[in-house]
Design a protein around this ligand. Structure first.
Ligand code: NAD
Ligand code: LMR
Length: 325
């Protein structure tokens, strides 16, 4: 018997990430090449027409796995029965802004969407927040969804992870696939900490294969500030690479994965206060993210993990003050 289609909701469907994401979902890259999907596109009223245009194009691809598309500006309808929610819809930053500057502008979107997920989504709902500031927006959505298990709310640091892989591969002149155990810690922001002390290349610790000055003064800032560099170069924030990372995150979450990075609710591991949605080294087992345990954290890494976690705590305090949680 044919499998029942899985409903996937994408917010901000008429935006640039949406345009890079939807066709890949419909082609089977999000959940697997044998899993039929039903797409729900949520937009603000002014952008519904544009989203309908994207839906027409999706139709025109005649994807065998795409069993239906709905376009709506009603969050309750968009999340009704959904199993995967990709919360992309939010304003991107422009030149000169930090992602934290978007807290007030975008924070207001995620409470109501969290509530709509709580009230309407399927029991197996998984949420990935892409819209910035992603970690804290995920926290806001989660806090409005008390009936959904907290660990189903995650935020995207897979783009940072992929950027770190690519920068290191170029430095060492090795294929990306030879690098294992890369980790992004903390916030999807300029304070994030891409960690080479646990990453391995050909069985050797990556930090020992590069000089410390490159690691400290080139690698870490290049990865952490790559979003701003893309905005500077394109005049718009990253879209195709962000969509690609969202696909990687959800595919791995559903289908299992070895060591990667994802922002998930902290259980207190590595001194990250419980409940903050922070990036960790994770594996995916039986449809759940698990934090890799037992890593030695030296003083260099400790200082950087503490700094990015401090920023997450400050963002949480700021959204509390704004009454968003
Ligand atoms: N986490 C990451 O790694 C990462 C990477 C790239 C971009 N981003 C973020 O993703 C977000 C989207 O980026 P983009 O380039 O697609 O922006 P965009 O401006 O092209 O598209 C955003 C879309 O969201 C829609 N939208 C706004 N409010 C909405 C709401 N309440 N409900 C539904 N839709 C809504 C807008 O109408 C628009 O179509 C931005 O916040 C950006 O900073 C995150
Ligand atoms: O940097 C941004 O504002 C967009 C996105 O978060 C990115 O990392 O490319």
């Amino acid at each position: 018997m044919a499998q029942t289609p899985v409903k996937v909701t994408v917010t901000g469907a008429a935006g640039q990430i949406g345009y890079a994401l939807l066709f890949r979902i419909a082609s089977g890259q999000l959940l697997g090449a044998d899993v039929p999907v039903k797409l729900s596109l949520l937009e603000i009223p002014q952008a519904v027409k544009a989203a309908e245009g994207t839906a027409m194009e999706l139709d025109d691809c005649a994807f065998p796995l795409l069993s239906g598309i709905e376009v709506t500006d009603d969050a309750n309808a968009a999340f009704d029965g959904t199993s995967v929610a990709l919360l992309v819809g939010a304003r991107p930053r422009t030149k000169g802004m930090e992602r934290g500057d978007l807290l007030q502008a975008n924070g207001g979107i995620f409470g109501p969407q969290g509530k709509a997920i709580n009230d309407n989504a399927a029991d197996d709902i998984r949420v990935l927040v892409v819209g910035n500031p992603a970690n804290t927006n995920a926290l806001i959505a989660q806090q409005h969804a008390p009936d959904v298990p907290a660990e189903r709310f995650t935020a995207m640091t897979r783009l940072d992870h992929n950027r770190a892989l690519s920068q290191l591969a170029a430095k060492l002149q090795v294929p990306v696939g030879e690098i294992k155990k890369m980790t992004i810690w903390g916030n999807h922001s300029a304070t994030q900490y891409p960690d080479l002390f646990h990453a391995e290349v050909g069985g050797k610790i990556a930090a020992e294969l590069v000089d410390e000055a490159w690691l400290r003064d080139t690698f870490i800032p290049t990865v952490a500030k790559r979003g701003a560099a893309i905005i500077e170069a394109r005049g718009a924030s990253s879209a195709a690479s962000a969509a690609n990372a969202a696909i990687d995150h959800v595919f791995d979450w559903v289908n299992g994965a070895e060591w990667t990075s994802a922002a998930i609710p902290s259980d207190g591991s590595y001194g990250v206060p419980e409940g903050l949605i922070s990036s960790f080294p994770v594996v995916s087992r039986d449809g759940k993210w698990e934090i890799v345990q037992g890593l030695e954290i030296d003083a260099f890494s400790r200082e950087r993990i503490d700094a990015t976690v401090r920023e997450l705590e400050e963002e949480r305090s700021a959204v509390r003050e704004l009454g968003l949680i």
